[in-house]
Design a protein. Structure first.
Length: 452
């Protein structure tokens, strides 16, 4: 049995859901059971819902409600198109109830004028709760034993709203109690991705792009044979295709390489996706739902040494570099602790770190607490902040064994002013930081050198 996750574009409209149905049917024929389906919100819906919350919280209740009505109509139209006469009335009633509740929340926010993270999660979760209902109904209408499962009863998380962390023991128990019996009974369970709930039943979400993570959690918990991520590109590509259109498919990746690429910006995979798969040693495959005959990218524990010098690249934009300089750093201990304590206090993750004799530079992509961080650091050091920076990360298991690759990467970028250079202990990636404006040129240069 495999777990299949379909991203937003792979459930965007009735034609996409029909492709999904064919893909699920083929997996069932092949395996004789399952699959278990995890689906994202219809393309664009999460962003639309977050905008509705912001509008309502700012007191613009009328436009927020009219956007709710647009979303209601889009979902009802999908349901009408996909659900046969038997399913349609029930599905329409469920969709209507969900949107009535959403409209009530919007009106309340207009009065309260404040959107708490918990409210934001309730609103955002509606996208996946709705899409999963529609897909389950469409499967039944197509003669398959689809069965909707409420992800809030299965993916049990801590209480960190908008970026909750799953509690694996509780989640595995819930999967065993609610989903495994359905598979055993020959059903095809359908869950919304991205969505979970605390033990007390408060709705949470796993962070943007989190449906991949849901699929991995479900796959690991059920001991699936494979976790498939169905999306709108052929697999993991050698570079972000929005920057390098000639990027090529990477047929094989190791778990370690995939984790680095996802962490450093390859949006096709949510950064947490690989960890549950590693724990149970379950292969992950990235596939194109518009070209289901493709072989995609297969990600396993095996190292990909023997392929080209580099395996792929990833990039992250909108980073800020923070330089912290103090002569007290000279030969002193405790300085780095003091610096990182500030970032910890403001719950801000640091991506890349480099140091010199008297300074430490870090990159952050979460700017929410930046002013407070700078103020706190300024109490004991000089602080300089540089926005609009980008990170480019070249990844490959071969980097570990071949000392000539890293200098080649830096050499190719000789005309690009590099702000930071880092190679971590894993020696599986080399990461450089530059001005955002230089990123496209740098990516093209590296791609030419290593992949063309
Ligand atoms: P989904 O909605 O299916 O989860 P996403 O938009 O989250 O899809 O991820 C797929 C997108 O990731 C692709 O359309 C592509 O633009 C982007 N992407 C960025 N880097 C890469 C990469 N290295 N390989 C493949 N896709 C990438
Ligand atoms: N719908 C959510 C988002 O857009 C989760 C996902 O699609 O992975 O972030
Ligand atoms: Mg995604």
């Amino acid at each position: 049995m495999v777990v299949q996750k379909f991203g937003g574009t792979s459930v965007a409209d009735p034609a996409a859901v029909r492709r999904l149905i064919d893909i699920a049917r083929a997996a069932r024929t092949r395996d004789g059971a399952g699959p278990v389906l995890v689906v994202s919100a219809l393309s664009g819906v999460t962003v639309a819902l977050l905008n509705v919350a912001a509008e309502a919280g700012a007191g613009r209740v009328e436009p927020a409600l009219s956007h709710v009505e647009e979303l209601r109509e889009r979902h009802l139209a999908m349901a009408r198109d996909l659900a046969g006469a038997g399913q349609a009335p029930d599905l329409a009633a469920l969709i209507t109830a969900e949107f009535d509740q959403l409209a009530a929340v919007v009106k309340a926010l207009g009065v309260l004028r404040e959107v708490s993270p918990a409210t934001l999660d309730v609103i955002a979760a509606a996208g996946e709760l709705l899409s999963s209902r529609i897909v389950a109904g469409a499967l039944v209408a197509a003669g398959l034993p689809g069965e909707w499962v409420d992800a809030r009863r299965v993916v049990i998380t801590n209480g960190l709203q908008t970026r909750a962390v799953p509690l694996m023991a509780e989640t595995t128990a819930a999967l065993g109690a609610l989903v495994a019996p359905l598979v055993d009974a020959g059903r095809m369970p359908v869950l919304g991705g991205f969505v979970g709930a605390t033990i007390e039943g408060r709705t949470t979400t796993l962070g943007r792009g989190g449906s991949d993570y849901s699929a991995a959690i479900v796959g690991a918990g059920l001991g699936a044979a494979e976790i498939q991520i169905w999306t709108d590109v052929d697999g993991m590509l050698t570079a972000d295709p929005r920057i390098v259109p000639q990027a090529r498919l990477v047929p094989r990746l190791s778990f370690a390489e995939a984790a680095e690429l996802a962490y450093f910006g390859a949006k096709v995979l949510h950064p947490s996706t690989i960890h549950p798969a590693v724990e149970r040693n379950i292969p992950v495959r990235i596939l194109n739902s518009r070209k289901p005959e493709g072989s995609g990218t297969l990600i396993t524990a095996e190292s990909t040494r023997g392929a080209g010098s580099l395996t792929a690249m990833a990039a992250k934009r909108d980073l800020t570099v923070v330089d912290v300089t103090s002569s007290r750093m000279l030969m002193a201990y405790g300085f780095l602790r003091q610096v990182f304590e500030v970032f910890e206090r403001f719950q801000t993750a640091v991506d890349v770190v480099t140091t010199s004799e008297v300074s430490v530079s870090v990159t952050v992509d979460d700017r929410r607490h930046l002013d407070a961080i700078v103020e706190a650091l300024s109490a004991f050091a000089e602080v300089a902040v540089e926005p609009e920076m980008a990170l480019l990360c070249a990844v490959g298991d071969r980097l570990r064994g071949d000392p000539a690759i890293a200098p080649r990467v830096v050499g190719v970028l000789e005309e690009v002013p590099l702000r930071m250079i880092s190679q971590a202990a894993s020696r599986r990636n080399i990461t450089v930081i530059m001005r955002q404006a230089d990123l496209p040129h740098a990516m093209h240069r590296l791609h030419e050198e290593f992949f063309e």
